[in-house]
Design a protein around this ligand. Structure first.
Ligand SMILES: [Zn+2]
Length: 114
């Protein structure tokens, strides 16, 4: 877990964020923000040069002025339930063929002995 400096895209509070997260909630104002945007905002505001958004297509000023919508936030935050389902599917995907192969092997062995 690597914490990096970032800045809330809504209230401008300086935050320590985990780079691995896609989005987080600002502890200062409670607004959700995109981690990548917040880190970029911090770097831009603390790099010693005036922010020039027009020359940076990756960070248009429009994206900064608008708070992250709830809908956007939902899509970037990993749903723990969805993650669990993925794990379950992976588990079943491995277990079912293994069980089938094991059952076939048992049937073949039983037929060979009786
Ligand atoms: Zn904030």
């Amino acid at each position: 877990m690597a914490l990096v400096k970032a800045q809330c895209t809504k209230c401008g509070a300086i935050l320590d964020v985990d780079e691995k997260n896609d989005a987080d909630i600002c502890p200062s104002c409670g607004a959700p923000y995109i981690v990548e945007n917040a880190i970029h905002l911090y770097k831009t505001n603390n790099s010693g040069v005036n922010p020039v958004f027009d020359t940076n297509p990756a960070m248009p000023p429009k994206a900064e002025a608008e708070p992250v919508s709830t809908e956007q936030f939902k899509t970037v935050v990993k749903d723990p339930e969805a993650e669990k389902q993925k794990d379950l599917k992976l588990f079943l995907g491995v277990m079912i063929p293994v069980v089938i192969v094991a059952m076939i092997a048992i049937i073949i062995l039983l037929k060979a002995y009786y």
